[in-house]
Design a protein around this ligand. Structure first.
Ligand SMILES: Cc1ncc(C[n+]2csc(CCOP(=O)(O)OP(=O)(O)O)c2C)c(N)n1
Ligand SMILES: [Mg+2]
Length: 568
């Protein structure tokens, strides 16, 4: 039999999709049947990963795409499964992660008029007005499949949106009857469905930006996600070396610049403090950033000349967004290649002096950080020490997924990652990404050691019971390190930042504490057989870390290290 569902699977395979992260329901008999038929008859289809929780499914696809650059498919159950994708939808959108989400929908006939017609009570209850509307504010594209005859074209069109910059999630829904429809196979020419080619800077813009950087006293690049394309990092390094430009990462969600490079001047998150480099810069190039600075705490000088290069310089999905800059819509890699080409031909006599100045700033920062990476007090394990210990044991082949929240900064500062494509955050603001993303990373790079770093709150948001069941079932062992500060530190910090001397500052409780906490690693042990370790003393940390890494690398089993850092 060749149905719309057969064609759907064929389109996914043609598009190079390896996995369907699936959570099935009464809307999917045609798809389940088509998969079974394909397997029985030896036809290639994407591998199915059964996901007991939808948010985890989408987070897996998120992590996979960050590593592989390629979209995967997530299949969920009608409108309620769509809702259960939850904050992972926001993360995929804000993180610009390509992914195809497919949901069935309730049958639209009830007397057996068509195959797939209603036969279960839930199909009346799950019939809603605007299923696509649930996600519309976050999708690059959404559509309903109305016939199996052009289902392949719709899949390829949706993926064309997902893979064109700014990349992101796309949503298709198909009612039961349509997914059962018998159709004639359609041949697709894949060449006609490629993503949009990258856009370049105008020639005048190239000349203007290159000249401004070359002529500046203190030229600075600010970036957050240029490293989503590892090739762009090499181009940025080359440009900054040639022209003598310093680099500041703001809310980095990829490795954008080697952290030990002498031109690297650090990273800025929520630290309520003016960044010195940002204040001193007279020419600033903001490239690939959603939040280059937070004006109420840290901002450029009034007279700084600012250029902004971004694939979406208007930030079309953010109702309030502006910086005082000359703006260009361009792909970062393409723009940097153009700027490098221009820089090669310039006389940049001042570059050496600037490089030396930035190197001195870099050294001073490195010296200050080295002092902070010590064990700390007798009965407390400082976050800095956790990261310093981790840095000592990770190798070239390690990928770190960070959901450190109040430790984001600590993680970037002390891991000092140099290679692009080795440290990731979600790029969004919905907690619970790290567990699923670690599985996705491991599926994309089975040879790598994958480590998820998360807050205790974020660990709970990540649905560890689902994550660890999947990790064992699909052989994707990874290490989790929980920064257990017994609760949600960040909402407390948020309150005190606005009300430093209010009632909350004097209150005994702000309802953010989990003390005593759950047995976090025990959850992973019971759900997926993970090695469960709790560490409360500094001297126990290194041996526990070594044991956990051995377990992940040699026994191919997950490990969860619950590390007690100072309570909030
Ligand atoms: C889905 C979701 N719910 C709530 C929040 C609000 N929020 C931001 S940080 C935070 C606390 C996170 O706790 P934890 O992971 O332990 O990190 P900590 O702040 O303690 O470092 C919360 C609840 C959010 N960002 N996303
Ligand atoms: Mg916490």
């Amino acid at each position: 039999m060749y149905t719309a569902s057969t064609a759907f699977l064929e389109a996914l395979t043609e598009a190079g999709i390896d996995y369907i992260f699936a959570n099935w329901g009464s809307d999917h008999p045609a798809l389940v049947e088509a998969l079974a038929e394909a397997r029985a008859t030896g036809r290639h289809v994407p591998a199915v990963v059964t996901c007991p929780n939808e948010m985890v499914a989408l987070s897996i696809a998120h992590g996979h795409a960050q590593l592989s650059g390629r979209p995967q498919a997530v299949v969920v159950h009608v409108e309620c499964g769509t809702q259960a994708l939850a904050g992972a939808v926001h993360n995929a959108d804000k993180g610009r992660v390509p992914v195809l989400i497919f949901a069935g929908s309730s049958p639209y006939t009830q007397e057996g008029e068509l195959k797939g017609s209603r036969n279960e009570f839930i199909q009346w209850i799950q019939d809603v007005h605007d299923q696509r509307g649930i996600l519309r504010g976050y999708m690059r594209y959404d559509n309903e499949i109305r016939t199996g005859r052009n289902i392949k074209q719709l899949v390829h069109r949706a993926l064309q949106f997902a893979r064109s910059d700014p990349k992101g999630p796309v949503y298709l829904m198909g009612p039961r009857e349509v997914m059962e429809e018998q159709v004639e196979p359609v041949a697709i020419n894949r060449a006609a469905w490629q993503p949009i080619e990258p856009s370049a800077l105008p020639a005048a813009g190239v000349a203007q930006i290159a000249a401004a950087l070359a002529g500046a006293k203190f030229p600075l690049v600010v970036t957050s996600f240029i490293g989503r394309n590892p090739q762009a990092v090499a181009e940025l390094v080359a440009l900054c070396e040639t022209l003598g430009v310093g680099v500041l990462e703001s809310v980095p969600n990829y490795v954008n610049f080697p952290a030990t490079h002498p031109l690297y001047l650090g990273n800025q998150w929520n630290l309520p403090k003016q960044n010195a480099a940002l204040a001193e810069a007279d020419v600033i190039l903001v490239i690939d950033s959603d939040v280059p600075w937070i004006p109420t705490v840290s901002r450029p000088a009034e007279n700084a000349v600012i250029f902004h290069i971004d694939i979406d310089p208007l930030k079309q999905q953010m109702p309030l967004w502006y910086i005082a800059a000359t703006r260009y819509r361009a792909d970062a890699l393409t723009a940097l290649r153009q700027l490098n080409h221009a820089a090669q031909a310039m006389d940049v006599g001042e570059a050496a002096a600037r490089r030396a100045r930035f190197a001195a700033l870099h050294e001073a920062r490195a010296a200050a950080l080295a002092g902070a990476g010590m064990p700390g007090g007798e009965d407390a394990i400082r976050g800095e020490y956790v990261v310093a210990c981790l840095r000592a044991v990770i190798d070239e082949n390690t990928i770190v997924i960070s959901e450190g929240i109040s430790h984001y900064h600590t993680i970037c500062d002390h891991l000092r990652m140099d290679r692009p494509g080795t440290l990731f955050t979600s790029g969004g603001g919905s907690l619970g990404y790290s567990g699923g993303a670690a599985i996705g990373a491991k599926l994309a790079r089975p040879d790598a050691t994958v480590i998820a770093l998360c807050g205790d709150g974020s660990y709970m948001f990540s649905v560890p019971s689902s994550v660890h069941w999947i990790a064992r079932a699909y052989a994707t062992p990874f290490l989790t390190i929980i920064f257990n500060n017994r609760g949600w530190k960040s909402p407390k910090l948020s309150t005190l930042a606005v009300h430093p001397a209010g009632y909350a500052s004097r209150a005994n409780t702000l309802d953010v504490s989990f003390d005593p906490p759950p047995d976090y690693s025990g959850i992973a042990a019971s759900a997926g057989g993970a090695l469960a370790l709790t560490v409360r003393q500094p001297e126990d940390l290194a041996p526990a870390l070594a044991q956990a890494l051995r377990t992940v690398r040699e026994d191919k089993r997950c490990a969860v290290l619950d590390v007690w850092v100072p309570a909030l």
